[in-house]
Design a protein. Sequence first.
Length: 811
Amino acid sequence: MSRNKLLAAIAGLLALPAAAAAQPKDRCEERLNFENIEIGLVIDEMASRTGRKFLVDPRVTGNVTVKSGAEGGLCREEAWELFLAALRVNGFTATPITADTFKIVPAQIGAREAGPVNESNGSGFATQIIRLDHVNAQEAASSITQIIGETGLVSSVSSTNSLIVVDTPDNIERIRQIVARVDRDSSVVETFSLHNSSASEAAAAVNALARQATEEGAAASAARVQTTPIASSNRLLVRARPEMMSRVRAIIAELDAVGAAGASLAVVQLAHADAETMVKLLGNLAEATAPAPDAEAAANLAGIAQERPRLSAYPPTNSIIIYGDAETQRTMKSVITQLDVRREQVLVEAIIVEVSDGTARQLGVNYFAADRNGERVLFSSNTFGDAERQLLSDAGRGLLESDPAKQEDLAQDALDSLLGLSGFSFGGAATFGSGKIFGAILTAIKEDDQSRVLSFPSVVTLDNEPATLSVGQEIPITTGETVGDDFTNTFRTVSREEVGIILKVTPHINRGGTITLKIDQESSNVAGQIIDTSTDLITNKRAITTTSVVDNGDILVIGGLVDQSEEQAASKTPVLGDAPLIGNLFRSSSRAKTNRNLMVFIRPTIIGTRQAARVVTDRKLDFISGQIAVASKGRAPDLRARIAEVTGAMAEAPPLRDEAAPALAPPTDAAPGADTARETAARPVEPKPAALSAADAAFAPTPLAGGAPDAEQSEPTLSSVFHGAHLGSYRSRASAAAGWRELRENWPLELDALSAKAARFNDPARGAFERLIAGPFHTKEDARQLCRTIEQGGGYCAVMPFDGAPLDDAP
């Protein structure tokens, strides 16, 4: 009976005529007015109204009251939300199963059966994952549980420092806002100065402490520690939360205190320096810097063993063993790092000659020299003494004939050349550009009848290391004689004395490419016996000791040691010349004095890179080939091919390690829109060789002694001999020179040993440019190797002939 009453009440309250079913769905005319109606009937009515399906838990019982008001109506979704709210008020919830199927259960059970994660699907409950960056998830979960309500759930995940919240969407949003206000960075930064421990070791210990704290259950954010060791000042920069910082502070203090009383061993393997030499230096440094403790300090440190650092060298691996406290080891390692660097080498070439006085005057007046970096050429005079060979190349002679302005410049250069003042003072010296004249000097001296070449040695030595060039013999010199009482048992003491040519050179590379040379040169020979019946010898000795500064690749001339010799000659008519009295009429005698000037030509060349060594090697091979060609009066042999064929010495060696090249900024004065002169479209793949210009002829490897070349070589071309590396294009020669200086500052090891030229290039679209070309390279592969290094550092480089005019203002 009661059931019929409920049905009638529902029908009356709803008061929905049959025509209402035909109303459009978008009209908001729904009304929900239930007065103490059994919840099951309300669920049935909502299923009919919304078309949704419901599974009702048996524990869902009781009556509900829902009122939507007498005026106006509700949209269908608004009616659905009102129904869900009525369920929550009565302790129930609708948990989604599918899009249109729901399960109505008590709220306590629905919280554990919430829908998809991080989605609000209109159901009573939602599940959200909230990640925390700074706050401990366990602490946050315990605090949120107190405000989440009886039906909501919250749990923490320590591994990810996250919260899982199950509640109504409105309550979850409120919780998210609360967490966002609380989850803020509260870490602090402190700097620790270490006196007895290493900053890197302390950083490792602090990081291990943070990992241990995380493993013990602390939040990753709470235990997060950031450490930055500063080796230069032995300080440690630490960032952590306040509670973690207190632990860090304690462990660093403990480590530094332990380091004060203890010492340890460290092994440092040197890459370039000598271990035994380094040990001596560090030992002297430690002894000089060790403070003397006063009485009070000694009393305070009575329980701590105070020992000076001990150093030992292990030559087999070129290593140093350091025994001392952490501060001492840090200081020693810092000094070693700064001293253990690769040292540059210097090739020292020398020509030691005796030049006759007349030849020296001709040489001093007629020998022209110009700056190797300028446009002027390097050449010697047309004739030299009695030699008839032409030492002046065709290109150089043509330069003088075609350009009278050059004659005035070269006249001034003559004053500054080899022997501008004939017979200058003892130990005098002069320098001039190198170019291709070193071999010409040697050939010219050889072909002068009154001059002779004593020696032309060469040696490679490290920077600041002495090199000795010696050619001679050791002769016995009596130093004492002892006779017995009865004039028997006579014996002599004899020492060996070196006689010949001795040249000792110690190079020191300065900044800017200059080289300081400490030179000790000695020339000695045996003049003969004191008397014919004596075994004692007379030796002539001439020596020069000087210090000079020379530009890289230029030639230093040392001279002024004049030796005077007298020659007597007699001639007579056979028989009549020996007749008494009248014999003087048929014989004659002459006496001639000859002065010879001892001169030393020295050319130092810096070898700082493998490429520079290649250039020096190629130059030496050219010199030897030219000498062979002059001696054999034929074509110079291809020594590179023969060396590579026999020994493989010219083959590429595999790199020991990959070294990143420094980044290179594009030229600041490059032409606009030129993309640092990437002229790939305008430049042919294989440029046609250009004819050898007069300015470049002095650098070409022509025969050293002059003479007519072969027919095939009558018109040498620079591109057929040398290759270059195109490093960029510029609007003017001045900007190209400035770009070359900037490039050399960025690539000192690769470019210091090279020269630079500017080749004019006309682009129909953009106008005229100056191509900056570095070189010379004997093979394309050498140029490509430099380009690969430049390109790895972000620069531009392309292989092309080494053509153009030398830069006047290039360094």
